[in-house]
Write a protein of this length. Structure first.
Length: 103
């Protein structure tokens, strides 16, 4: 293997398509706000997200569904409330990197 490029380049078109879909989901301002908020607070119920981001419930629900479909968010029922969190701890680092370098 070449010393300058020790790892394989990603050439799997399915993986590339999945990455593009995830990045496309983040390219929408409300979805990025949701991800940034959850990276700062940890899991939150939908009602708190709705109040903090001042989104109406159908729009918030649509964005949360999109982020879940892209495996960026996870959800868990706690009592009568649905809590949402970043799907993976590494996403916290990604969101912090975005916030530090681009905001």
């Amino acid at each position: 293997m070449n010393q300058l490029y020790p790892q394989q380049l990603v050439t799997d078109s399915l993986k590339i398509d999945q990455l593009v879909a995830a990045l496309d989901a983040l390219a929408q301002p409300c979805r990025l706000q949701i991800m940034l908020a959850l990276s700062q607070t940890g899991a939150l119920p939908a009602g708190v997200l709705q109040q903090q981001l001042q989104l109406n419930i159908p729009i918030l629900s649509s964005h949360l569904t999109c982020l879940q479909e892209q495996r960026l968010l996870s959800s868990q029922q706690r009592g009568h409330e649905q809590y949402y969190a970043l799907a993976d701890a590494s996403l916290i680092q990604v969101m912090r990197l975005i916030q530090t370098n681009y905001m």
